[in-house]
Design a protein around this ligand. Structure first.
Ligand code: PLP
Length: 492
């Protein structure tokens, strides 16, 4: 196929870097159909010469458009307009947040390529999974309970497991009965059930910005408006929250008091009390998501919000996913009477009940002391990995980068210098060096996080962490050189 002719006109005086202008113009021509599927683009060297720009500007533009699904490269043949046309572009500032998030997600698929040191996921280390114990427990349950283990379970959950959860949360100060415990398909379903049972489409959910990506997804699926409140080192800012409560009349507040995803922040005691006072005064329920609670490496253990809650506004969720086995999909909610009844109805409508076999198996693993054993091992090994991550960040990340050493959780949240390459740009360069991270913008309800990265250090051995962070630093530095030359060309 012959090379397609397309027009590019660059504004050298513009503050928008040349390669960004290139991205925007090529994208526009693909979207308008001026560049049809299968059209071949000029070789980067040729186009650079034609436009009088550096070749790396063209290479970076092509690479970002490939990441966003607009172009594809065929080895030895060139660069073509791909068939995923209509895909939204990679994230130039000014795009609607939903559209931007979509393109960031498409870029994140590149992390799945084999051989990539991938810091982008949310999983605990798979080598920790107690696979053989699980196998034995499943066999034991089937032998013990036969068909009962494979029948419909009651929607509230297998009673012995609910009682075990009651005992578990009592130990952290939550005074409840098994009748307040609802077993769910992981914390993800727990969040979804709470949104469905307490909110109508169009109503407002308040959370921190940044927040857990999954809650942004659920809000979008349930057509609930989600508003992110700014944070500081102690978590969600109470002054900003108060303003948002007054302005937006939210129906629910969602927070992660322990080692927040993605920042790793721990909400201190005084902030917990302020948050509770505000919610109780305004009678707004709080959903506290404690899935990282058990990943504590140093600092004191703080009570969950539910343990401090005198007015019944807090709904507590946690799961046996991060701490034991994500794929078994067992989590739970602890809620007071009026909320509880509604939650059970929504749960039954959603899936009748969570797998009885899986509930019984998790219950048996708890009885056998597997959780305590697992937690001890997690702490020792993950603490070691966290030390490695902090040391590698210090050595390899660009001067001017900022992070707070997390006291727990799986993630290191890094803010790159605002004047340099963005996280999305760094990602594209990093993936070429076979390393990936989660791009900060994914975790914002609106704009934000353009220079932030989330790194799951828990899933790698110290040597891979060192190597991976080194490659990220190198990717950033390579782009930084390009930034310098763009500035020069703008001045000329
Ligand atoms: C804060 C938070 N909540 C909930 C979940 C979902 O967990 P589960 O596997 O229990 O559904 C995750 C998973 O990454 C998470 O980070």
């Amino acid at each position: 196929m012959s090379e397609h002719i397309f027009r590019v006109s660059l504004q050298r005086e513009d503050v928008v870097p040349i390669y960004r202008q290139l991205i925007a113009q090529i994208r526009a021509q693909i979207e308008s159909g001026a560049l049809p599927h299968g059209a071949r683009l000029p070789a980067s060297r040729k186009l650079a010469r034609r436009l009088g720009v550096s070749r790396i500007s063209v290479v970076n533009a092509y690479s970002e458009l490939r990441g966003a699904g607009y172009l594809s490269a065929r080895a030895g043949r060139g660069t073509f307009v791909s068939h995923e046309r209509g895909a939204s572009p990679s994230p130039p500032p000014g795009l609607a947040p939903r559209q931007r998030a979509g393109s960031l997600r498409r870029m994140m698929r590149l992390a799945l390529r084999p051989g990539v040191i991938d810091f982008s996921g949310g999983s605990p280390p798979t080598e920790f999974f107690p696979v053989r114990y699980l196998q034995d427990a499943i066999n034991h349950v089937i032998e013990r309970d036969g068909a009962d283990a494979l029948s419909y379970e009651v929607p509230e959950g297998y009673l012995p497991l609910r009682a075990a959860v009651r005992d578990y949360v009592r130990a952290i100060g939550i005074d409840c009965r098994a009748e307040n415990v609802l077993i769910t398909g992981g914390a993800q379903q727990a969040i979804d059930l709470v949104l469905q049972s307490l909110m109508n489409p169009g109503e407002t959910l308040l959370t921190a910005d940044p927040t857990y990506l999954g809650v942004i997804d659920i809000a979008s699926a349930r057509r609930v408006h989600i508003h992110g409140v700014p944070i500081d080192q102690d978590g969600i800012r109470i002054d900003a929250l108060e303003n948002a409560v007054n302005d937006l009349q939210p129906r629910l507040i969602y927070v992660m008091p322990s080692y927040q995803n993605p920042t790793g922040h721990l909400m201190p005691m005084h902030r917990r009390r302020q948050l509770l006072r505000l919610a109780a005064r305004q009678q707004i329920p709080i959903l506290e998501d404690e899935v990282y609670r058990e990943f504590r490496y140093d600092g004191e253990e703080l009570p969950p919000l539910k343990a401090l809650d005198d007015s019944g506004v807090v709904i507590h969720t946690n799961a046996f996913t991060k701490v034991l086995l994500p794929g078994i999909r067992i989590g739970y909610l602890v809620a007071d009477g009026a909320y509880y009844e509604r939650l059970v109805r929504v749960k039954q409508a959603a899936d009748i009940s969570t797998s009885g076999l899986n509930q019984r198996t998790i219950h048996l693993l708890l009885e056998r002391g597997m959780l305590a054993q697992q937690l001890e091992r997690n702490r020792i090994e993950l603490r070691r990995r966290r030390v490695a991550a902090l040391a590698a960040a210090q050595v390899h990340f660009p001067p001017g980068s900022r992070w707070v050493a997390p006291q727990g959780g799986l993630y290191l949240w890094v803010e790159l210098p605002a004047a340099g390459p963005s996280a999305a740009e760094t990602y594209i360069a990093a993936i070429q060096r076979d390393v990936a991270f989660a791009i900060g913008g994914l975790f914002y309800t609106g704009d934000g996080g353009s220079h932030a990265l989330r790194l799951n250090f828990g899933t790698h051995q110290p040597a891979s962490i060192e190597e991976g962070f080194k490659r990220i630093g190198a990717a950033w530095r390579a782009l930084e050189v390009e930034y310098g030359s763009i500035e020069k060309s703008v001045i000329m």
